[in-house]
Ligand binder design. Structure first.
Ligand code: NAP
Length: 518
């Protein structure tokens, strides 16, 4: 009998009332655990979080809440080994890929602990965040308007995608808790185990006030119905689910503030003027291969489209294909395996059908089907080799600009000149990230600014940062994560900017004596 993952809601552990949905090992096919949210008192649980958790968090200052984050990070550090075991079993990831999720989550949490500490330092003895200077409202300077930022008095419902059960939890919960807002997290069913275990460890360590952090595993049914006007909804997942959430009455009628991180057809662009033996060319090749293979391409930020000058199309195809051919795929428990599995049979089918669609618009430059699986049964394991596609008709390949295959798949596309390349990148209709490769600082700077309006992040790689750049797909807590248009229109992280979502801005119009008390 596999473990039944309990829900933590209303300050207590609660089992669902149904048979539950199974979570599987995507390599071995065995059932690992079950989740079930049936029969939970959702209304009571949301009220408890709002009233008990929220009040307790708001009673603390930023410095004390930063201390809670640091204490939670310490608990997670102490249990890292267990998280790696869960990730291997439930996400089918090799250790390096598990680290992106687990250590990435702990790093993000610790970074917010440090930023909270500095914020408190900068506030001196003040408790309230001021937004700008006071502004005179008339001739008499006695009466002025001071904008303040105060913690939202609701609960943050954080709904996550399957690919980052660890990092996805903390990149949302850290800024919320630091702001003084309680969190209810709903992990994706397929990989809920890691999220549930991390919450369990932190709850059992008693480092957070009751109601500050809750977890509901299983069906999302009824969760949005609980949202009230001062609550917040932070969602990561597919564009289809995002559209349903936006249409829900909580958002459309009660103006629940919503942040959406959806899918994205990200690109990498080698600027003109680089020879096939240049460092910039080599850096592009390295990054494309890394992005295609880390977490088997199941990263919302992964490179899906690779733009190169027309004259370098063949060289790029050959260099990337040669590197991909060396990638060993299979059971992540084997030391020689570099790329593990997709998370589920459903994802395997989605990747296969997405690839079949893309193959109607592009040809295969490197075929993932040619990779024999190491210690994995192809009839059971959700493993696929990396596939590189390409087409010389970048303008006509509408499907390539529109289709996000959430797996180890990318397409090489040639461009005529810089203007053409930038126009093609924008055909992703708003992306999380684009990376630029070149050695001409002026051209790189111009291209970065030209893409900034349609990309949440532009990652510029030139030879002098070859060793120090943080990677196209790595989301650093200091930089914003999100993107306009198709990418969901959201914005997370970005250092202390993330706190804005969890605070309400209000203009206090008053005389000096009152304003001094803010
Ligand atoms: P999904 O099917 O949209 O599910 C995302 C989450 O929403 C899951 O927790 C899911 O729960 C829940 N959900 C499903 N229907 C819901 C509803 N009607 N109301 C409330 N919650 C609902 O997406 P996915 O397949 O897990 O994730 C893959 C997608 O996420 C990819 O397209 C990827 O690009 C995107 N993604 C984006 C980012 C980013 O930061 N922009 C990061 C990672 C992934 P169940 O699992 O229980 O159904």
């Amino acid at each position: 009998m596999s473990e039944r993952l309990s829900n933590y809601l209303g300050g207590r552990w609660q089992a669902g009332s149904g048979a539950g949905n199974p979570l599987f090992d995507p390599v071995l096919g065995t059932e690992l655990a079950r989740v079930d949210a049936g029969g939970l008192d959702l209304a009571g649980g949301f009220a408890f979080a709002r009233e008990q958790g929220g009040a307790a968090l708001r009673a603390l200052g930023y410095r004390e809440r930063a201390g809670l984050l640091a204490a939670a990070a310490k608990v997670l550090q102490a249990n890292r080994g267990t998280y790696y075991e869960i990730a291997t079993a439930n996400s089918g990831t090799v250790a390096g890929d598990s680290a992106v999720d687990i250590d990435g989550g702990i790093f993000t949490l610790s970074t917010y602990a440090r930023m909270g500490e500095s914020l408190a330092e900068s506030m001196g003895g003040r408790r309230t965040l001021l937004d700008g200077e006071a502004a005179r409202l008339g001739k008499d300077p006695a009466f002025q308007s001071q904008h303040v930022l105060v913690p939202a008095r609701g609960v943050a419902l954080c709904i996550n995608a399957f690919n980052f059960p660890g990092w996805g939890l903390w990149e949302k919960a850290a800024p919320a808790l630091l702001s003084g807002v309680p969190v209810i997290v709903k992990p994706a069913t397929a990989t809920a185990w890691l999220t549930q275990r991390m919450v369990r460890d932190v709850v059992e360590a008693g480092v957070l006030p009751p109601g500050a952090l809750s977890v509901v595993c299983g069906s999302p049914a009824g969760l949005l119905d609980q949202l009230q006007p001062f609550d917040l909804l932070s969602f990561t997942g597919s564009a289809d689910t995002a559209a349903q959430l936006r249409a829900h009455a909580a958002v459309s009628r009660h103006s629940v503030r919503v942040n959406i991180e959806a899918d994205s057809v990200n690109s990498a662009l080698l600027l003109p003027g680089e020879a096939p033996d240049s460092e910039a060319f080599a850096l592009l090749v390295e990054e494309v291969v890394r992005e295609m293979t880390v977490k088997s391409g199941q990263k919302c930020t992964a490179i899906r489209r690779v733009f190169v000058p027309e004259a370098l199309y063949d060289a790029a195809a050959e260099a990337i294909g040669a590197r991909l051919a060396k990638v060993t795929v299979g059971n992540p428990r084997q030391a020689e395996v570099r790329m593990g599995a997709l998370v589920s049979r459903a994802q395997l089918e989605a990747v296969r059908s997405g690839l079949a669609r893309l193959r109607t618009a592009a040809s295969v430059l490197h075929d993932g089907a040619g990779h024999a699986l190491v210690d994995a049964d192809p009839a059971v394991a959700c493993c696929v080799g990396p596939t590189l596609l390409g087409t010389r008709d970048a303008d006509g390949a509408a499907l390539v600009h529109d289709t996000e295959v959430f797996g180890p798949v990318a397409t090489v596309l040639p461009y005529r000149d810089s203007a053409h390349a930038l126009a093609l990148a924008r055909r992703g209709q708003g992306s999380l990230v684009a990376s630029l490769y070149g050695s001409d600082a002026a051209a790189l700077g111009d291209a970065a600014l030209a893409l900034a309006d349609s990309h949440g992040r532009v990652h510029v790689v030139s030879p002098e940062v070859a060793q120090s750049h943080t990677g196209h797909g790595n989301v650093m807590p200091q930089s914003i994560h999100g993107g306009p248009g198709r990418a969901g229109g959201g914005e997370e992280l970005g250092g202390l900017r993330a706190l804005g979502f969890y605070h309400r801005r209000s203009a206090i119009q008053a005389g000096a004596a009152v304003r001094e008390r803010l």
